[in-house]
Each structure stands twice: as C-alpha cells, then as structure tokens.
Design a protein around this ligand. Structure first.
Ligand code: ZN
Length: 358
C-alpha cells in the first residue's frame, strides 16, 4: 500500500525597502526616488505639525513643483487607534499612489499601519532616529489590544536626511542607540526560546541585529561627540535592525525581555521616558539575568549620557519593581529569561538593587 504523506510547506514572507538613502540633503532626492518606484501621479504626506514644518513642506514642494504630482497633506498628532482610523478614511477617499510618512516614531507608525491596511505603499522620511520603527515592517499603536509592535508593512523606501535629523535634540539619537543596544538581550531571549520551547530561530536575522548592537558599542565615542558621522552610524544600525525584523518575519531579533520591561513601564507610567531609554535600563537588568556583563552595558549607556536608573528615567523605585513583575504578562507568548526564571518580588528587588537601577 502506498501512503502519501503531504507535508505542508511553511511560507516565510520577507518584505524589504527597495531604496534606502542616508545622508546630508538626501531629502532633495525624494522626487527621483518616487519616480523610480513608479509613483508619478499622486501622494499623501502624513506628518505632525512640527515635522511638516521641518521636512513635510519640503517633500510636498519637491513632489508638486518638480514632479508635477498631486499631493495632499494630513496632519496627525498622536498614534492611537483613532488616528489610524482617521488616516485610513483619508487614504480611502484620496486613493494616493503612495503615502509619505514624515516624522518621528509615532507618525511613521500610524502611516505604516494605515497604509498597510489599505494596501498602499509607504515611504519613510524620519525626522528623528529614536528607534528602529523608522525602518521595520512593524508598527505600534497606542490603545490597540496589543501594547507592542505588530506586523504592518516594510517601507518601500527610507529617506533619512542627516541634516534634518541633526536638528532634533540629541536625546533622540541616544534613545535610538539604546534601542539598538537592547538587541544584545533580545537575541539572547530569542535563542533561549528556541532552546527551551523549540521556537523558530533565524540565525541570520539574529546575527544582523547583534552586529548592529556591536557596531553601536564600538562607536560610543563617536556618538558622544554628537557628530553627523555618529548619526549616520546610528541610522545604518537602526535600518539594519529593521531589515533583521523583515528577515525574521517578527520583532524577535530586536525585542525581548528588555522591551517587555519597557512596555510594562509604559502602562504604569505613560509618557515618562523615551522608548529607547526604558529599553536601555531594561537591558542592564536583563543582561544580569542572562549572566552577562551588565556593567559593560551600563558603562556604554553612561558614556552615551543615557539614563541607567529609575531616578534618571523619572520613575519611582516601586514602578520599576511593578514593571518587572508585569513584564511577562505584556506578551504571554513571548518566552524570555523572565519566564525561565519566574522570579518572586524579592528577587526582582535584588535584581534592581544589584544593578543599581533602584
Ligand atoms: Zn524598540
């Protein structure tokens, strides 16, 4: 008797940006990029009020005057579920060929999510380099069921103009560095989930994220000098992190227990510190739990001028302990060192004390 066993093939879909332009004055090339990608008729620019002044108006002018495109503008101030709905409605009515997201993290998140839902391509034009969302296929929306990033779509192009990004407070760049340094523990957690739970582990994606983190560690001095060259290093690292998530098909290579801690702190004390800052402090503690060299992490953050404890984050000692306790519940399916160790309150207190976070 012949027995035919049909093994279902797993499909692994990866989406990448087609063009990435980093450099001083790269925004001037927006028309040419748009044309090359086949967007020659209509566009919608999504920006915040400030970011429209900083870069959005320039994008609009270049597309209208030089390319003869019809360009509409939509100003968005937040990144809530409601904002996404408003943007989706606008995209649905205007039906632009492409959406340009001009801004920091939140504006890009809204544009990424809403354009993905409507099947319209989007181009990322970051005005800050504060986290890896500027290049990743994931977006995080406040007030959604999930307090973390979910799959949306990768940007078709990324136009990161260092002249524009240099104008943002340096604290944003420091936060970006911390979001990259967080990959050390994110990758450790991913490997752990593979070993303990047989979760899919992509060695290439993990190596790419790790390489970005090492690159930032090697360039701490350059970052300290607040130079445009340092910003370029950071942008390349953030973009590589975004690509690593595209390869992995999830945020796994870039988000582990340190991000869960950050998400929990977001819930306990909303708007208290920047995303990268919370992840940075999380990385110090999670490195300790993984048995790694946490002092090396803390020293690097200190050199960058980043917060390394509760006080510098602007939160209370009790908030840190609560966040550590809450972290695993932020995302129950994401197995990390916190699940493995399943610590009690006393141990969390010990962890935060030993690493001098509290
Ligand atoms: Zn992050």
């Amino acid at each position: 008797m012949l027995v035919v066993v049909i093994v279902p093939l797993k499909h692994h879909r990866m989406q990448f940006p087609r063009e990435v332009i980093v450099g001083n004055g790269s925004i001037d090339r927006i028309g040419e990029i748009s044309r090359r990608l086949g967007f020659t008729e209509s566009a919608l620019i999504m920006a915040g009020r400030k970011t429209f002044d900083i870069a959005g108006r320039k994008v609009k002018e270049l597309l209208e005057k030089k390319e003869g495109m019809t360009v509409d503008t939509l100003i968005v101030e937040n990144a809530t579920v409601k904002d996404v709905e408003v943007v989706e409605e606008k995209i649905g009515t205007l039906k632009p060929q492409v959406v340009f997201a001009v801004g920091g993290g939140t504006k890009i998140d809204v544009a990424k999510c809403s354009s993905a839902n409507l099947g319209i391509p989007f181009i990322s034009v970051p005005t800050t380099a504060s986290h890896d969302g500027i290049a990743s296929p994931l977006s995080s929306i406040k007030g959604s069921e999930k307090p973390y990033s979910v799959m949306a779509q990768a940007p078709w192009a990324i136009v990161a103009d260092t002249r524009i990004i240099m104008r943002a407070p340096w604290r944003f760049a420091v936060s970006g560095c911390e979001d990259v340094i967080a990959k050390f523990t994110a990758v450790k957690d991913w490997k752990l989930a593979h070993e303990d739970k047989n979760e899919y582990y992509g060695g290439y994606a993990a190596s790419l994220a790790l390489m970005s983190a090492k690159h930032i560690m090697e360039n701490v001095a350059r970052m300290r000098s607040k130079s445009e060259e340092g910003l370029r290093v950071l942008l390349e690292a953030l973009i590589s992190c975004g690509v690593s998530m595209s390869i992995a098909g999830s945020s796994r290579p870039c988000s582990g227990s340190e991000h869960l801690f950050s998400h929990a702190l977001d819930v306990i004390r909303p708007n208290h510190a920047m995303h990268g800052e919370k992840c940075g402090v999380g990385t110090i503690m999670m490195t300790y739990l993984h048995g790694g060299n946490w002092k090396r992490m803390r020293d690097a953050l200190k050199k960058l001028g980043a917060p390394t404890n509760a006080r510098e984050l602007g939160v209370e000692r009790e908030d840190v302990l609560k966040a550590l306790k809450m972290a695993t519940s932020m995302r129950p399916e994401r197995y990390t060192i916190l699940n493995k160790l399943n610590l009690r309150r006393q141990s969390y207190e010990h962890l935060a004390r030993v690493t001098e976070v509290i």
